[in-house]
Design a protein around this ligand. Structure first.
Ligand SMILES: [Zn+2]
Length: 225
């Protein structure tokens, strides 16, 4: 019931804001993608975070293969460009509310700032040089992941950047937070990330069984058929 109310609210707000209420690339608010998202990566040229992002995407696509779903994070288009620091900082400030049921409260009521419009794709991944808390957000009919300047702690610590990117991708495919600091999707309000990702051994933190169950529900073996 709560989800139905939230969905109704979203459609109402979306229509009031002038969005088309149809043709979204996912089936309903905070449910999974119903087609593989086209990904646009916005970054400086030769950004050292790019190979780490590739690894994180491979981590997820390997996970999907293991779950028996045909869903994959889709084609990547690279753009050498940037999004305005102030827009990303403002969005980071309102993207505080991921809950354990996978719901994001707050930021989905907003449209993308106008400077985002020139980029195509369903999922924008911005490797920014600004300072903010990295986030994943659903705005209008798209997803945005923004990763802050990797010269700033904690992203300079070994193993943290890869897990922060993988964590934000986890939100973008429909996962919320848990409070187990040994797992990838640990997060607020639990005080468990990202410093605990630090490790001299590069590895991705594991998913919980609840995460896997949710992914199986969102992306079943017959997904897309
Ligand atoms: Zn999170």
């Amino acid at each position: 019931m709560r989800r139905r109310q939230a969905t109704t609210l979203f459609v109402t707000v979306a229509m009031a804001a002038g969005f088309a209420a149809f043709g979204f690339p996912w089936s309903a608010l905070n449910e999974g993608w119903h087609r593989s998202p086209e990904i646009t990566v916005i970054s400086p040229a030769a950004d050292p975070r790019l190979p780490v992002l590739e690894e994180a995407l491979e981590f997820w696509n390997h996970t999907f293969a293991g779950l028996g779903t045909p869903f994959r994070l889709g084609t990547i288009h690279r753009v050498v460009d940037e999004l305005p620091d102030a827009d990303l900082q403002a969005l980071s400030g309102v993207t505080a509310g991921w809950f354990s049921d996978g719901m994001l409260r707050g930021a989905w009521l907003r449209q993308h700032p106008a400077p985002f419009d020139r980029f195509g794709g369903d999922l924008l991944i911005c490797l920014s040089s600004a300072k903010f808390i990295s986030f994943s957000s659903r705005i209008g009919n798209r997803r945005l992941i923004a990763i802050k300047n990797a010269q700033l702690e904690p992203l300079t610590m070994p193993n943290v950047l890869r897990n922060v990117i993988a964590h934000e991708l986890g939100h973008a495919i429909g996962l919320g937070h848990n409070s187990d600091p040994t797992t990838l999707m640990c997060g607020r309000p639990a005080p468990c990330r990202p410093n605990l990702y630090a490790s001299e051994t590069p590895h991705f933190f594991p998913l919980t069984e609840a995460d896997r169950d949710r992914l199986r529900r969102l992306y079943p073996a017959n997904w897309g058929r």
